[in-house]
Design a protein around this ligand. Structure first.
Ligand SMILES: Nc1ncnc2c1ncn2[C@@H]1O[C@H](COP(=O)(O)OP(=O)(O)OP(=O)(O)O)[C@@H](O)[C@H]1O
Length: 358
């Protein structure tokens, strides 16, 4: 087992390499002072290899979307670097960055209704990126539009329809087809099904899985739906208050997660662990404007002590490429019921709350 300040990515094999990135925003709401700043991302590092699927989980406001936007090159980090195949996106000439971001990286958003121009027929929605990046002849672009519609399971008869004439599921298929138009290497899906009816969610997830296989895409998947993240991903990243606190192979993250926050998050997901009892935590997520000193999870953690207030520990990486940063990691074989009892004993059952069920 090794202690590292963070993963040292291999830039020759990684598709995307994010190194020690911070994103700080001026506070929109909740700030007491005009000078208040939101620490949306703090020291985040990760790599995405070609063809792999990385899931990102964490409560609302933990920085998942900010990390996704940094990865896709639409959010410039306040500090730190983000590189595509070893080349720093923000050190590139702007024209080269626009081409890299526009053609190699694709993004699918939560709500297809707002992501698509309501006045553009589907044919134009899909042709637009091909026109902007001057791909092929006009006839080849028309052919590519037909190909894309078929790829995502949309009938050719919908080519002249407006987004408003389609169902939510069909609109999300259009958004996925548009993201794939220029054959990106990486697709980032930020809550791609949460605005859809439950009945079509599985179809869209299966479509993403199918496209991943057929096109050899890398996928970064952000969701509150932990079951789905686990099913879709090779690796799962847990974020808490702007920090990556754990990264584990998907098979190990459920019952063998080492960070207390990951265990609490998964225990609050119905049907994932046995018993179904959530690990009780104290209070709500602290403000990202004034995060707690040391480990930001310490204010809610049943294991916290003075060491946790004093410093954020370095990452420890085990032989399974499972990394976590915690002064008091959960033993890998500790049962959830044991953790529930420990948390109750440490805090006193009546005063504790559990994470919101996601
Ligand atoms: N443009 C912005 N200006 C100011 N604060 C922002 C901005 N974007 C995000 N934030 C803040 O940064 C923090 C992280 O937000 P982010 O959207 O990345 O979290 P998230 O985990 O994706 O949340 P959710 O699951 O609700 O989408 C939050 O406190 C949020 O309010």
């Amino acid at each position: 087992m090794t202690a590292t300040t963070d993963r040292q990515p291999d830039a020759t094999t990684a598709l995307m390499t994010v190194t020690d990135t911070h994103v700080v925003f001026p506070a929109r709401t909740g700030g007491l002072f005009r000078s208040d700043r939101v620490h949306a991302l703090t020291g985040a590092s990760l790599t995405v290899a070609p063809g792999e699927t990385v899931g990102i989980v964490g409560e609302s406001g933990c920085g998942k979307s900010t990390l996704a936007r940094v990865l896709i090159g639409v959010q410039r980090p306040t500090s730190g670097t983000v590189a595509h195949r070893g080349r720093d996106l923000w050190a590139m000439p702007p024209a080269e960055r626009r081409v890299t971001v526009g053609t190699r990286l694709g993004m699918v958003f939560q709500d297809p209704s707002t992501a698509l121009n309501r006045r553009m027929p589907i044919r134009r929605v899909l042709r637009d990126p091909l026109d902007v990046h001057r791909r092929g002849t006009p006839a080849q672009r028309d052919e590519r539009v037909r190909e894309l519609m078929s790829l995502v399971g949309l009938p050719a008869s919908l080519a002249d329809a407006l987004p408003g004439q389609l169902s939510g599921g069909q609109r999300q298929r259009v958004a996925i087809a548009r993201a794939l138009a220029l054959e990106p290497e990486l697709l980032i899906a930020d809550e791609p099904t949460s605005a859809l009816d439950v009945s079509v969610r599985a179809q869209i997830l299966n479509l993403l899985l199918d496209l991943r296989e057929r096109l050899g895409l890398a996928l970064v998947f952000v969701s509150h739906d932990i079951q789905t993240v686990r099913r879709m991903s090779d690796r799962v990243i847990t974020m808490y208050l702007g920090r990556i606190v754990e990264e584990a192979p998907a098979a190990r993250v459920t019952a063998h997660a080492r960070h207390p926050y990951t265990r609490a998050l998964f225990s609050a997901t119905p049907g994932l662990l046995d018993p179904i009892q959530p690990i009780p935590l104290v209070g709500p997520l602290p403000s990202a404007i004034r995060p707690p000193s040391g480990c930001p999870f310490r204010t809610r953690c049943w294991k916290a002590d003075d060491a946790c207030a004093a410093s954020m520990p370095d990452f420890v990486t085990d032989e399974r490429d499972h990394r976590y940063r915690c002064h008091h990691p959960v033993p890998g074989d500790e049962s959830t019921s044991g953790l529930v009892q420990q948390a109750r004993a440490a805090r006193g059952a009546p005063s504790v709350t559990s994470l919101e069920r996601t």
